[in-house]
Design a protein around this ligand. Structure first.
Ligand code: ATP
Ligand code: MG
Length: 451
């Protein structure tokens, strides 16, 4: 018993390249070949028939063992990208930094990656890093053992061979998954320094798979979280998007806060979690996103980020309105300010920023329930997203229930019913507008637009 424990500990600590992996048979791992997509199986078989090693690797093996449906299937092989390309009729090499091959099998695209080599003392070819130790370039081919060692967590370094129905496990990943532990391969501090995004991945994968992060991997996160600042914004945006659309966003965000990862590092999360008013709204938005993901419905990143940042916009917009500034121009001012701050950290793409603005800009227009204006709102291209957003504002208590109910009835009503629903134009509506233009500081917010 003790010897077994010691050998287990040593085996893990001293995971050297020469260590023989465990070859786990189907009777032990229970993963069924039928759960692998046909295209992926075919890809692996073709590579093997051509004399190369080929395995399904990473998230797909992990998810299947955990009883989840994988998002996609990745293949790792001993063949170089050129060699892979020659094995298939429809395959193309993509990527510059590290080439991978996209193999098309019917409607499926399988990503095939050549085993990557080890960087560090033993590999001889030290990877290029920045001053903090973040790996900038790391594009050497290597053996399967090296490929396994450079993956992040033990549960992500499992290689499934659908032909032999075995799992090749260099780092006790199958056991860790059974014990519900997310364990880093190698020294966690070194691995976080090489790539700080691994801290976010730890939180996301733990939430997704209901794993607990091994204390050795968990402890350094609090003190090393600052390194995330060095990560390029586009990468951070991708990772945040993955986290928020994982179907477990509520759990992820809660755990990020527990790990102290939200503070000062990700302005977005600072915003989300540090304002009591906004927290309810954001949590409702994340709950509804999680629900949609789990039901297999599409979600729009624009909608998601619009919800996350809305209370920040309100915080800037309300004082402007209270000072008597015109409502719509000051809303646009507030929107731009908020998005500019985010742009420094998260590279929100222009298209998504456009979607976010459309949704926000519709909000004051939902107050307009008279005459042609209401019909105009219905015809906006982003009406549906704006309306869903309004309903969240209602649910969080920010907007009167009556406003949400009115729009639901208007949206679903017949032409006649709609016409009957229109509110009369408030008598002071036009006059007040004029008055406000003459003496801007003397009046309150536009009654049309007041919340
Ligand atoms: P999911 O697809 O559910 O988001 P995943 O683990 O498959 O999770 P991918 O980004 O698809 O994540 O990565 C595929 C595999 O590549 C991982 O399982 C892991 O083995 C390896 N990997 C990904 N990112 C890193 C990283 N930052 N450091 C080391 N290995 C990584
Ligand atoms: Mg994956």
């Amino acid at each position: 018993m003790i010897r077994k424990f010691i050998s287990r500990v040593l085996g893990r600590k001293g995971a050297r390249q020469s260590d023989a992996p465990a070859i786990i048979a189907v009777a032990q791992h229970g993963l069924q070949r039928e759960h692998i997509s046909r295209g992926c199986r075919r890809t692996v078989e073709t590579l093997q028939e051509n004399g190369y090693q080929a395995y399904i690797v990473g998230g797909a093996v992990r998810d299947l063992l955990a009883g989840l449906t994988p998002k996609d299937f990745d293949v790792a092989t001993s063949a170089t990208p050129e060699q892979v390309r020659h094995c298939f009729r429809r395959a193309r090499i993509i990527g510059r930094r590290f080439q991978i091959v996209h193999v098309n099998m019917g409607a499926e695209t399988i990503e095939v990656t050549t085993f990557r080599g080890h960087h560090g003392e033993q590999g001889g070819n030290k990877a290029q890093t920045d001053e903090q130790g973040r790996v900038l370039r790391d594009n050497v081919f290597g053996s399967q053992a090296e490929d396994a060692a450079r993956r992040d967590f033990t549960v992500n370094a499992l290689y499934y061979d659908p032909t032999a129905e075995t799992i090749v496990d260099y780092h006790h990943g199958v056991a860790d998954l059974r014990q519900k532990t997310l364990r880093m391969i190698g020294d966690p501090r070194t691995r976080y320094r090489e790539d700080p995004v691994r801290m976010l991945r730890a939180v996301r994968l733990a939430a997704k798979l209901s794993l607990s992060i091994d204390p050795e991997a968990r402890r350094p996160i609090r003190e090393m979280g600052g390194l995330i600042e060095n990560v390029p914004p586009s990468r951070l945006f991708d990772e945040m998007l993955k986290l928020l659309t994982s179907g477990h966003a509520v759990r992820c965000v809660t755990q990020l806060r527990e790990e102290g990862l939200h503070h000062g590092l990700l302005p977005l999360l600072d915003v989300i979690l540090d304002q009591a008013l906004g927290e309810r709204f954001v949590m409702l938005a994340l709950e509804s996103t999680d629900r949609r993901v789990r039901e297999g419905k599409p979600i729009s990143p624009g909608f998601l980020f619009a919800t996350l940042l809305w209370h920040e916009v309100l915080a800037k917009w309300e004082p402007l309105k209270a000072r008597g500034e015109p409502a719509i121009p000051s809303l646009f001012l507030a929107m731009d300010e908020v998005l500019d701050v985010q742009a420094e950290k998260l590279a929100i793409t222009r298209r998504i920023a456009g979607d976010i603005k459309d949704i926000w800009a519709l909000q004051p227009r939902f107050e307009q329930r008279s005459g042609k204006r209401a019909y105009g709102v219905l015809q906006q291209p982003r009406f549906r997203a704006g309306y869903d957003f309004l309903l969240l504002r209602v649910e969080s208590g920010e907007v009167d229930q009556a406003v949400g109910d009115w729009w639901t009835a208007f949206l679903n009503g017949s032409d006649e019913n709609r016409a009957a629903m229109l509110l009369p134009q408030a008598p002071g509506e036009v006059k007040k507008r004029r008055r406000r233009r003459r003496t801007p500081a003397a009046t309150g917010p536009d009654p049309d637009l007041a919340q």
